[in-house]
Structure formats: structure tokens, C-alpha cells
Ligand binder design. Structure first.
Ligand code: OOG
Ligand code: NI
Length: 303
């Protein structure tokens, strides 16, 4: 095998590992796929196009995007635009995949230094256990090792009191201190689905008919100013979380997103059967993302 087939095999192992843990944690995934089959939208789960996946990180030494991105850059992903989320104190980038059948990746990072002294101290109590970049000691060509890394705790299980203190100041911080690198969401592309289901507006209607609860922050449909990217998402599923000292608490886990990428104006003359990914609106939109983050926030999960 040459280097590139090695890295592809490793990337496939990593993607499969991420998706299988995610499906176990988010029962909505299987339920949505089953509803799509029941409705006749797809014949089989493997027909789904995964628009992108997303991860959350903490901006502290040895962690954050600078560490996390090394994994996917190794597999041929390319770093693209930067996004700033002022109120949520987040930085983010998206990464385009080495081949069009792999999902894009959206990675965000909390600007920990902008939090209160108290919240910073809580975060550092955990993250200071990490004294060198953990990705540097991974063999990135060993997909199973990377899969294990992405699902292993990087720091000890938090105290419930620390989680609750963080939650008051930054819901994002609380989410990461417990969930770490767990896949935050995967995203079903709707624009290639059959007619009557190939817009976010119509797909939302189908989801609500089957009883799925959608994030309504800023409205159920998030639309980019250029009109090319429309997104919606479910409200995060709640998980029974085991904290230190045997305490348990119900907290936000992960969610599912839906994306419609419209054909760019310069390709609007192309016949429908010639339209490929490159002809559609790419990338992300800060205004949409700002509201999608709230899929795990108490304002949405407790509605
Ligand atoms: C990511 C929210 C943003 C998108 O597609 O714009 C996002 C998150 O909740 O971590 O997924
Ligand atoms: Ni997303």
C-alpha cells in the first residue's frame, strides 16, 4: 500500500468509529434514518450524504484547534475560513475533505482566557493534566489508535459542582468538560433527496411530523445572507452523565443537523443531472452557526 491508501484506510476507520459511537449516544440518528426509510425518502441508510461533522475544543495549552487539526490535516483535509463568535467567545475553522465523499469538518474552540477567573480555574484544574500535545504521540496512520484517542477521556471525570458552575457562565465550556471530543453532530444533506424533501423547509416539516424537536433559536431555518446555505438541527439528546464521586446528572449530549446547499448562480444554467458538490454553495456561515451552537444549550433543551 502507498502512503495515500494508508491514510485513506486510517481515515475510514476514524470516520466509522466516530459515527458508530455517535449513533449509540444519539438515538435520534437511527430514528431519523428509520423515519426516512418509512417515508420512502431513502431505501437504505447508506444513501445518506454527510455534509459535515463538528467538534468542540478548549483553547488551552496543548489542546484546542492547533492540536486537534493535526489529525485531519494528516488525512488530507485543508484548513479553510475562520469564524468568530463574539458573544459565545469562540473561534472556529472549517476543513475541506480530501475527496468529496468525505464530510467537511467544522471545529470550534473556546477562548478560555476571556472567561472569569473562576471559570478559567475550573477548566485548568482538568486540562493541566495534559502536559504535552497528545496528538504528537499518536501514530496517525493507525486508524484504530486515533479512534481510541477520540473516545478516551483526556482528563479525569469532572465534579458535578464544576460542571454546574461552568454551565452558568459558558454552556459550551460545560459541554466540553464532560463530553470532550465526542462527535457533536453529523449533518444530513437534503438537497440531493427526492423532491418534496430536498429543502430544509420541507425536511423540517417531515421531521416534525415524526415528532422530532427542532432548535428554534433565530427561527427553525437558519439562512445565510447570500441565500445559498440553509440549515436546521434537532435539539440535543439528553444523557444520564456519571460525574466524580458517584453523582449523576442529566446533561446535553449531541444532536443532528440538516443542510441545504443551493446551486451557485453561475451554475444555475446546468442541467440537474450534471450538478455536483462543486456547483453548490460551500463553507459555513457565522450567523447560522451562532444559532446552531445553541442546540445543546439549556434554552433549547429545556423548552
Ligand atoms: C457547531 C455549531 C455550528 C454549523 O454547521 O454551522 C455548526 C457546534 O454546535 O459545535 O455546526
Ligand atoms: Ni454543523
Amino acid at each position: 500500500m502507498n502512503t495515500s491508501s494508508h491514510t485513506k484506510a486510517a481515515l475510514d476507520t476514524v470516520m466509522n468509529g466516530l459515527m458508530s459511537r455517535y449513533q449509540e449516544r444519539v438515538p435520534d440518528v437511527k430514528a431519523i434514518l428509520a423515519a426516512m426509510i418509512q417515508e420512502g425518502i431513502i431505501g437504505h441508510e447508506n444513501e445518506i450524504e454527510n455534509d459535515h461533522i463538528a467538534f468542540r475544543t478548549l483553547g488551552v495549552p496543548h489542546l484546542g484547534i492547533a492540536s486537534f487539526e493535526k489529525i485531519f490535516l494528516h488525512y488530507g483535509y485543508q484548513k479553510r475560513e475562520y469564524y468568530n463568535f463574539e458573544g459565545k467567545k469562540l473561534d472556529a475553522f472549517w476543513f475541506s475533505p480530501p475527496e468529496p465523499h468525505y464530510p467537511r469538518i467544522f471545529v470550534s474552540e473556546l477562548r478560555v482566557k476571556e472567561l472569569s477567573e473562576e471559570a478559567q480555574a475550573i477548566i485548568h484544574r482538568y486540562t493541566q493534566e495534559v502536559t504535552s500535545d497528545p496528538v504528537d504521540s499518536l501514530d496517525l496512520n493507525d486508524g484504530a489508535a486515533v479512534d481510541a484517542f477520540l473516545h478516551q477521556p483526556l482528563w479525569r471525570t469532572p465534579q458535578l459542582s464544576d460542571y454546574l458552575a461552568l454551565l452558568k457562565e459558558s454552556e459550551y465550556a460545560a459541554w466540553v468538560i464532560y463530553n470532550r471530543y465526542y462527535l457533536n453532530h453529523f449533518t444530513i444533506s437534503v438537497h440531493n433527496l427526492p423532491e418534496s424533501y430536498n429543502t430544509v423547509a420541507e425536511f423540517n416539516e417531515f421531521l416534525e411530523k415524526y415528532g422530532f424537536k427542532l432548535n428554534d433559536s433565530g427561527g427553525k431555518i437558519k439562512k445565510s445572507p447570500d441565500g445559498g446555505l440553509l440549515q436546521s438541527s434537532t435539539v440535543a439528546q439528553m444523557i444520564e452523565a456519571a460525574f466524580a464521586d458517584g453523582e449523576t446528572h442529566t446533561i446535553s449530549g449531541s444532536y443532528v443537523e440538516f443542510a441545504e446547499r443551493r446551486i451557485l448562480p453561475e451554475f444555475s444554467h446546468l442541467p440537474a443531472d450534471q450538478i455536483q458538490r462543486m456547483h453548490r454553495r460551500d463553507g459555513f456561515e457565522a450567523g447560522n452557526a451562532d444559532k446552531i451552537f445553541e442546540s445543546t444549550y439549556t434554552s433549547q433543551t429545556s423548552r
